[in-house]
Design a protein around this ligand. Structure first.
Ligand code: PLP
Length: 434
């Protein structure tokens, strides 16, 4: 039984607890979740016309791909809890972490051979950047330390990842003189099926050619730009990046923290293009949404380069690195994912969202409707009224969390057709209300 009444809990929450991108004290009352099971969140108090259960349209930000309280994941974490919940990773190792690392190497593109386990996505991006900068330092090119990305990206909230987030969306003007100055290309042309625009390619090549001497790496989110604006682009741009990076001696980092583990219709978005980056970041769905864990994978060449340096180690080591509980959850989540025809489930959700959102393009104020894999997006021509849109979705029995001009969903892969239809209806209702 909960120890606090919902009213007390909300009063303490408002007085003391920061929420993501929130003011202090809080101004909007969050829903109190009591428990969650399958694709449903159980609320402590009724909301919007007396509903106490909402279908989760967000997978807790891309993470809970198998839904909540999955018996296999629960059992894996319990079993691990019976052995140890944590031990330090310096000088010690354990099966959950080793199995996970070997598995990640096996399922990601071939050249990626080495795994650094981090405790959040932002830290994995930090580590990826450190790998690249240290590689160039070790190989006698310390001046190669800037990063190039395209606009519209999101790579996390710590400072170096922030420096490659979209400069407008990431509010770089607040951080003048604090963020390292990176290079930005325009956003890639929209559309998964759009052909490569040769003008864009030559513009990008021009940037690389001019800056090759100072560039350590290009970092992008492949195929789906997530929190930077939910835009999709063609895999052809990933092949373009691979070619240009090879031509100009620049490393390539794919941030697959949102796209990894099937979300975009391929196990990794890089697979749509058949290219491998030099470094890949994973997170979010890695543990099926159970615990915080992320990873940065790199090629043998990067690891060798780092080892040849004056400081022949990768200088990073989080306290909770390789946490056994998180690794056990990740191993079980991968067993579940790869033990089924996940691509069929993602396609099924893609079809359900496409059908269910088709009518949303006729809603006044809707600028664009797009679906890719198990991701559905309705973009408005104005900023969303978040409280009104959230309540409209809740009235349809669905949890959504719109932002900026976007009402969007990425449901758990276990969401059944009826609930996918309900989610699509809720996205549409939220777009009408927002
Ligand atoms: C969420 C996200 C991150 C940051 O991950 P955290 O675990 O929130 O630190 C980085 N890159 C991408 C593409 C993301 O979607």
């Amino acid at each position: 039984m909960p120890q606090l009444s919902a009213d007390t809990l909300l009063a303490l929450d408002r007085a003391h607890v920061w929420h993501p991108y929130g003011p202090m004290p809080g101004t909007v009352t969050p829903y109190v979740v009591e428990s969650a099971s399958g694709v449903r969140l159980r609320l402590a108090e009724p909301v919007a016309d007396g509903r106490r259960e909402l279908v989760d349209g967000m997978s807790s930000w891309w993470a809970a791909i198998h839904g909540y309280r999955h018996p296999v994941l629960d059992a894996a974490v319990r079993e691990q809890l019976g052995r140890m919940s944590h031990v330090m990773f310096g000088g010690l190792t354990h099966e959950p972490a080793v199995r996970l690392a070997a598995r990640l190497v096996e399922i990601t593109p071939e050249p990626l051979q080495h795994v650094f386990l981090a405790d959040s996505g932002s830290v994995a991006v930090e580590v990826a950047m450190k790998m690249c900068l240290q590689y160039w330092q070790s190989t006698g090119r310390p001046e190669k330390r800037r990063l190039l990305t395209w606009r519209g990206g999101y790579h996390g909230d710590t400072f170096h990842p922030m420096s490659v987030c979209d400069p407008d969306g990431g509010m770089h003007h607040l951080w003048g003189g604090v963020l390292p100055g990176q290079l930005f290309a325009p956003q890639p042309p929209a559309g998964f099926d759009a052909p490569l625009d040769p003008e864009y390619a030559s513009l990008f090549e021009g940037l690389m050619e001019r800056h090759a001497d100072e560039l350590a790496a290009v970092i992008v989110e492949p195929v789906v730009q997530g929190a930077g604006g939910m835009q999709f682009h063609s895999p052809a741009y990933l092949r373009m990046l691979r070619e240009l990076c090879d031509r100009y001696g620049v490393l390539l980092v794919f941030d697959e923290i949102a796209t990894g583990f099937g979300r975009s219709g391929a196990l990794f978005a890089a697979d749509h293009a058949g290219v491998s980056p030099d470094v890949m970041c994973l997170g979010k769905a890695l543990t099926g949404g159970y615990l915080t864990l992320a990873a940065a994978l790199c090629t043998g060449e990067i690891a060798d380069g780092v080892s040849r340096g004056e400081m022949p180690v990768l200088a990073h080591g989080p306290t909770f690195m390789g946490n056994p509980l998180a690794c056990a959850a990740a191993n079980a989540s991968l067993d579940l994912l790869l033990g089924q025809d996940w691509a069929v489930e993602v396609k099924r959700i893609e079809a359900g969202l496409s059908e269910g959102l088709a009518a949303a393009s006729d809603v006044p104020g809707v600028r664009d409707v797009r679906v890719r894999g198990a991701i559905g997006v309705v973009q408005l021509d104005h900023p969303v009224d978040v409280p009104a849109a959230t309540e409209a979705a809740a009235r349809e029995g669905v949890w959504l969390r719109p932002f900026r001009d976007l009402v969007y969903t990425m449901p758990p892969y276990v969401t059944q057709d009826e609930d996918v239809a309900r989610i699509a209806a809720a996205v549409t209702a939220a777009a009408v209300a927002g």
